[in-house]
Structures are given as structure tokens and as C-alpha cells.
Design a protein around this ligand. Structure first.
Ligand SMILES: Nc1nc2c(ncn2[C@@H]2O[C@H](COP(=O)(O)OP(=O)(O)OP(=O)(O)O)[C@@H](O)[C@H]2O)c(=O)[nH]1
Ligand SMILES: [Mg+2]
Length: 282
């Protein structure tokens, strides 16, 4: 089955989770209503739409330093990247209203820290909250204004794959949800046409980097979470597949328990050694 993997990245409130809902035609991703960061952890979901498997990874908003540190945000985004370790069809880099310095920095981060500059070719800039998304003259003008807005922006836009304009209005703004249906077609058609997969060495290195600072326990937890999601989806459609996932899940649960026990034993051993054996607890 053909597959497209998309990673959503952007500032808090830029509309990442909304795009995930729009593309999947679900409400699986939590949309924020109150201008505060809603997505606290990355979320990976799979959907089969018109015979194509779409793997969508929503990440937490970058540079929301009010509640969580930049390092933690980076770490969480890196975990989102780890979820698409097999390769990425496209990164959707979101921008609402205008690119903020934080968003420009975020793009820098993406090209220099998480991936390499080649990722730009696999990146689509998605301009959200653009009411005149259907008017080519307006979208071209907007692109021009963006190009002129900042020299850094110019190189980002020139280097990226495409710029797409959408307006994913909520049900409170648009009862018919006509705009969302429209934008769904725009987004899915574009994503479907992104056939090449970005899989440079850096992604493997990145996985190693992440692996290095994720404990084995955390890795198993991520695998378990992914498996539980697949299980949930498979049980809806395919009983046999669900059974296979169930067996894998049991094995992972067992491995997690063993890892935790092993870690506990190591801690005990270390304390015992350091205390010169006097600690009666051990
Ligand atoms: N009018 C309009 N509203 C939008 C659009 N995209 C998102 N919104 C609204 O903006 C709010 C924030 O959207 P989210 O999708 O939660 O933003 P996010 O990027 O996931 O935010 P974090 O999870 O905090 O990083 C929600 O109330 C959405 O309904 C858009 O294109 N047009
Ligand atoms: Mg979100």
C-alpha cells in the first residue's frame, strides 16, 4: 500500500492539530481554544484514505516557554521525529498570520539540529488562517510579502517545496465546515503528490542521538504507545492483525517489567557497593 508520512511542526496555536483533524477527517487531535498550548506530547496516527496510508505526526508547539522549557520542547519534537524514523514524505511547517522570530528560529533548528538543510526540499510551508486561500492572486501576493518580510524568510521560502494557503475555520466560525472540506482536498492532494521520501543518514544519527538520551524504559514506553494506537485501529478493521499486535504488546509489557526490575537491581547494587555493605536494606 502506498504510504505518506507527514510531520507537523510550528509555533503554538499555529493550527497543527487542526490540520491533522482536517486531513484525517476526525477529531482525534486536541485543538486548543483558549490560546494556550494544547498539545502536550507528540501524537502519531494512521489513516487509510482512498487506498493510501497516511501517517500523521502532530508535535507540540515550539517556543512555548511559558509552561515548558525550550529544551523540553525540542526533546518532545525529537521524539516526534523518532516516530517517523523510517523516513518522512513531507514536513508541514505551519505559519499563521506572519512568521515570528521564534518560528524562523524553529526552521533553523529543523535544518541544523534535527535534520540537515536538505529537509527544506521536503518541507511545505502551510499558511493557516488565510481567508482568501482560494484566490491565486491573493496567495501569490502573500508569498511576495513573505519573501520581502525578512531576508531569512526569503531563503526559507525559496528553498522549500511549496507554500500552501488554508483556512481551517472551527465549527463556531463556519457551521457548514465547507472551508475545512475544501482545505482537506488541497492538503491531501498535495501530500499524495509528495512521493519522495526524506531519509538521510542524519535521521538515523538523530535516532541514535535520541536513543542515547532516552532510557531503554522510555523507548519501550514509546513502542508500547505506538503499538496500542495500532492495536486500537487494527481492532476496528482487522481481527487477525489485532491479535498479532496484542501478542507483541504482551511481549513489550514483559520486557518493560524486566527492564524496570533490572534497573532497580542495578540501583540496589550500586547503593550496596557505595555504602560498603552496611546498608541493611540491601
Ligand atoms: N480561522 C481559523 N482558525 C484556525 C485555523 N487553524 C487553527 N485554527 C484555530 O486555532 C486554534 C489553535 O489551533 P490548534 O490546531 O490547536 O493549534 P496547534 O498548533 O496544534 O497548537 P499547540 O498544540 O498549542 O501547539 C483552534 O481554536 C483552531 O480552531 C485556520 O486555518 N483558520
Ligand atoms: Mg496542537
Amino acid at each position: 500500500m502506498e504510504e505518506r508520512k507527514v510531520l507537523l511542526i510550528g509555533g503554538t496555536g499555529s493550527g497543527k492539530s487542526t490540520i491533522c483533524n482536517v486531513m484525517s477527517g476526525t477529531n482525534d487531535f486536541m485543538e486548543g481554544e483558549y490560546g494556550v498550548s494544547e498539545t502536550k506530547e507528540h501524537l502519531k496516527k494512521e489513516y487509510i484514505i482512498d487506498g493510501v496510508k497516511y501517517i500523521i505526526v502532530d508535535t507540540i508547539g515550539i517556543y512555548d516557554t511559558s509552561q515548558i522549557s525550550t529544551k523540553e520542547v525540542l526533546y518532545n519534537i525529537a521524539k516526534g521525529c523518532y516516530a517517523v524514523r523510517g523516513g518522512i514524505s513531507q514536513v508541514f511547517f505551519l505559519c499563521s498570520v506572519k512568521f515570528t522570530n521564534a518560528e524562523i528560529q524553529c526552521f533553523d533548528l529543523l535544518t541544523k539540529v534535527l535534520f540537515n538543510p536538505e529537509i527544506a526540499k521536503y518541507t511545505t510551508i502551510v499558511r493557516t488562517r488565510f481567508p482568501r486561500y482560494q484566490n491565486q492572486e491573493c496567495t501569490e501576493k502573500d508569498k511576495d510579502l513573505l519573501l520581502k518580510s525578512n531576508p531569512k524568510m526569503k531563503s526559507i521560502i525559496k528553498g522549500c517545496n511549496k507554500i500552501i494557503h488554508v483556512n481551517n475555520m472551527s465549527i463556531y466560525e463556519d457551521k457548514t465546515q465547507e472551508a475545512r472540506n475544501d482545505c482537506r482536498k488541497i492538503l491531501l492532494t498535495h501530500l499524495y503528490n509528495c512521493r519522495d521520501v526524506y531519509k538521510p543518514v542524519e535521521l538515523d544519527e538523530l535516532n541514535d542521538k535520541i536513543k542515547n538520551y532516552m532510557t531503554e524504559e522510555e523507548i519501550i514506553e514509546v513502542q508500547l504507545k505506538e503499538l496500542s494506537q495500532s492495536l486500537e485501529e487494527a481492532s476496528k478493521t482487522n481481527q487477525k492483525l489485532a491479535e498479532t499486535f496484542e501478542i507483541q504488546k504482551k511481549e513489550l509489557d514483559k520486557k518493560l517489567k524486566e527492564t524496570q526490575e533490572e534497573a532497580a537491581a542495578q540501583v540496589k547494587e550500586t547503593i550496596k557497593k557505595k555504602s560498603g555493605g552496611w546498608c541493611s536494606l540491601f
